[in-house]
Design a binder for this molecule. Structure first.
Ligand code: F6P
Length: 358
């Protein structure tokens, strides 16, 4: 008998449902349906904290292989807030989570989450809970795994946004700034920018010069290219902004809009071209997972299921090369997988003539 609790935490992405289905199918196939009890916590860690859960069966995870979002709901519970005990009521979220887990006599908590969520998962593991996690996020920024599920689907959507922008840009001879999700990490913008053939890609990891972007647009115009496409990560940062303190930057951003808004304004003073911004936003996280993410999330789920059958806990299942391997949670928690400015993908993009305006 195995009693498993599921929770999906942080920003949603495509592949959460197939991943949970993968765990369930693996356990039920190996042990038989009657030997597996499933609990679904609602809205991420909130469900575990406040005891909001429902009993589920294999049937609840059927027919969701191709479904986006999460059937459990999700929420963001920042790690630094998780550990804060309410001074008035003494309510301790960590204690409550341990209490719920013990009350339900779980054999394992399966957490599907991103960076912040892994810090909490590691904390719970250190508190003695059996935890196995799966790496989800469109940002592909979880340390320890080559890929996260959700990213491939988002790259497809972001690339289509660039493709669709291109035709209207060409018709109107406009310069378009396409803002792609990724506040701290630019994998999504990098991949979609290359796939979409952007003229420039601006990433959080590579501070850019506005003047260099302006020169690129002027050069394109002079060469007879009637339009330009600049792929701007949400967290793209200018060389000047990179010199500001975190506090100064937050204050500056609060009054100047998004990364593409700021760049559009700065460019309007440097080039005569008509400039427009496109922000696909949460559409990048929405809709059904692509075939890669369905398969990948299912296989991650299967690997997690196998680990649980072996009674091994305290791991995230990671993709390393073509293998799925368990990585200890304490190795994953608190680290971000940034785009190294000199990585092969950036070098190939530069070889293709794509500017990073650095
Ligand atoms: O989940 C990752 C992500 O989509 C980032 O790319 C983005 O910066 C952020 O979440 C947006 O968060 P929210 O959905 O809370 O606005």
């Amino acid at each position: 008998m195995k009693r498993i609790g599921f929770l999906t935490s942080g920003g949603d992405c495509q592949g959460l449902n197939p991943a949970m289905r993968g765990v369930t199918e693996t356990l039920c196939t190996a042990l038989g349906d009657k030997e597996v009890e499933l609990i679904g916590f609602e809205d991420g860690y909130k469900g575990l904290i406040y005891g909001r859960y429902r009993k589920m069966t294999r049937a609840d995870f059927s027919g969701i292989l191709n479904m986006g979002g999460t059937i459990l709901g999700t929420s963001r519970e920042p790690f630094k807030m998780i550990q804060v005990v309410d001074p008035e009521t003494g309510f301790d979220k960590v204690k409550e989570m341990v209490k719920t887990y013990n009350k339900l006599k779980l054999d394992c908590l399966v957490m599907l989450g991103g960076n912040g969520s892994h810090k909490t998962a590691n904390l719970l593991s250190q508190k003695g809970l059996n935890v196995v996690t799966l790496p989800k996020t469109i940002d592909n920024d979880i340390w320890g795994t080559d890929m996260t599920f959700g990213c491939h689907t988002a790259v497809e959507i972001a690339t289509e946004a660039i493709d669709r922008t291109r035709t209207t840009a060409a018709s109107h001879s406009r310069t378009f700034l396409v803002e792609i999700m990724g506040h701290k990490v630019g994998w999504l913008a990098l991949e979609a920018g290359i796939a979409g053939g952007a003229d420039a890609i601006l990433l959080p990891e590579i501070p850019y010069s506005v003047k260099k972007v302006a020169s690129l647009i002027k050069k394109n115009t002079k060469a007879g290219q009637k339009y330009s496409i600049i792929c701007v990560a949400e967290g793209a940062i200018t060389k000047e902004e990179a010199k500001m303190s975190k506090k100064e930057r937050a204050a500056y951003y609060a009054s100047t809009g998004t990364a593409s808004d700021r760049l559009a304004k700065a460019l309007s003073e440097l080039v005569p071209n008509e400039i427009r911004c496109v922000v696909p936003g949460h559409v990048q996280r929405g809709g059904n997972p692509c075939a890669y993410d369905r398969r990948f999330a299912s296989e991650l789920g299967a690997a997690a299921g196998r680990l649980i059958l072996e009674g091994k806990y305290g791991f995230m299942i990671a993709l390393r090369g073509s293998d799925l391997v368990p990585v200890p949670l304490e190795e994953v928690a608190g680290k971000l997988k940034l785009v190294p400015p000199d990585c092969a993908e950036v070098q190939y993009a530069k070889a293709l003539g794509i500017s990073f305006a650095d």
